[in-house]
Design a protein around this ligand. Structure first.
Ligand SMILES: *[C@@H]1O[C@H](CO)[C@@H](O)[C@H](O)[C@H]1NC(C)=O
Ligand SMILES: *[C@@H]1O[C@H](CO)[C@@H](O)[C@H](O)[C@H]1NC(C)=O
Ligand SMILES: *[C@@H]1O[C@H](CO)[C@@H](O)[C@H](O)[C@H]1NC(C)=O
Ligand SMILES: *[C@@H]1O[C@H](CO)[C@@H](O)[C@H](O)[C@H]1NC(C)=O
Length: 311
């Protein structure tokens, strides 16, 4: 309701000087079935366990829509030009990774734009798009890769996979994390969930910022110090004895900088190949993750309704 109201109000205000009261009323009626994609999670609340939105940082909710369907949700910070987190439902992957076609969110640049994500043009990108979000140029020749928060390999449907290639789902991630321990963790989660999860598996994946922000280019795109991820699968099979405490929830934090302190994620040189040293991922209970997030963000953090405790 709130989202609908907001969009209607916005249109009324922007037309205010040009249009008369009578047509304003008509516009409001005409807009009644409109559903905002940016500014509210309401249309895509199903991507959240119990339709409950995580408590933590504030930002711009984006219902990620692709080919006229909602695919997942992201909470975006327009100053950082990166998401705080993306939330999605896991489905076991089949087949190959799709071709990379990078997209952007037109509603961040133009509130009245269509709510579907759009592929970047080959030529010059519209200046309002450049101002409102990250563009491909921000990542080219930087020492960071485009790190998916919602990874394409956690989805079955080819179009769901393609929809993850939007820069509003991406943060600057070091190659050695993206191709190393973080990818291992994503595969591990995929294996655990496809083997033992019976109902829906909700995943939220986000970042921990540096105490003092670091950027790509001139304050264009903020670099995160860590990535984190947590799942919630309230309904699961009986576990083997050597696998306990991984349901209904589990979490992980990954290093994005070998120079970070070892307070949250220690460096274990016995665990990974040498080239991945310093990019460790530590698996941990949900509450431990929330405790670290709370400390780093300086705000109450709660990822899943009631700690994902009801089937
Ligand atoms: C967005 O990010 C900037 C830069 O890190 C930060 O200063 C600001 O507080 C963030 N805004 C919100 C609403 O979290
Ligand atoms: C990236 O770096 C290469 C090599 O230095 C250079 O040729 C190319 O123009 C750069 N591309 C962009 C988009 O800056
Ligand atoms: C758990 O035990 C099974 C055999 O019962 C074994 O195949 C599997 O690798 C073990 N998993 C772990 C994480 O130790
Ligand atoms: C880590 O510190 C070294 C030495 O100060 C520096 O050369 C390197 O760029 C730093 N790495 C990152 C990812 O900041």
């Amino acid at each position: 309701m709130f989202g609908r109201f907001k969009q209607t109000t916005f249109i009324m205000v922007s037309y205010h000087t040009a249009v008369q009261a009578v047509s304003l009323l008509a516009l409001a009626v005409w807009c009644f079935p409109c559903r905002a994609d940016v500014g509210t999670f309401d249309p895509c609340k199903d991507f959240f366990y119990h339709a409950w939105f995580p408590k933590g940082p504030l930002g711009v909710p984006i219902c990620q829509r692709y080919l006229n369907q909602y695919r997942f949700a992201s909470l975006y910070n327009k100053t950082r030009r990166t998401p705080w987190f993306s939330a999605y439902i896991y489905t076991p992957p089949v087949g190959k990774r799709p071709k990379e076609v990078w997209k952007y969110e037109p509603q961040l640049a133009y509130a009245k734009a269509d709510g579907n994500m759009v592929s970047f043009p080959h030529g010059k990108v519209d200046q309002n798009v450049v101002e409102s979000q990250a563009v491909q140029l921000d990542y080219i020749n930087s020492s960071y890769t485009r790190g998916h928060l919602n990874p394409s390999l956690h989805h079955q449907n080819p179009q769901d996979r393609e929809s993850t290639f939007t820069l509003t789902n991406v943060v600057p991630q070091k190659l050695k994390s993206n191709d190393g321990p973080w990818a291992d963790m994503e595969n591990h989660v995929s294996q655990v969930l496809s083997t033992y999860c019976m109902g829906k598996a909700y995943i939220v994946t986000g970042v921990i910022p540096y105490q003092k922000d670091r950027w790509l280019r001139e304050r264009r795109v903020a670099v995160p110090e860590y990535l984190w991820s947590a799942y919630c699968c309230p309904s699961y099979k009986t576990l083997p004895e050597n696998l306990t405490d991984i349901f209904p929830t589990f979490a992980a934090v990954g290093r994005n900088d070998p120079n970070s302190t070892e307070e949250i994620v220690p460096i274990d040189r016995g665990k990974y190949k040498k080239k991945f040293w310093g990019y460790d991922v530590r698996l941990m209970p949900l509450r431990t993750l929330e405790m670290h997030l709370q400390k780093k963000y300086g705000t109450v953090f709660s990822i899943f309704h009631n700690q994902c405790s009801e089937p």
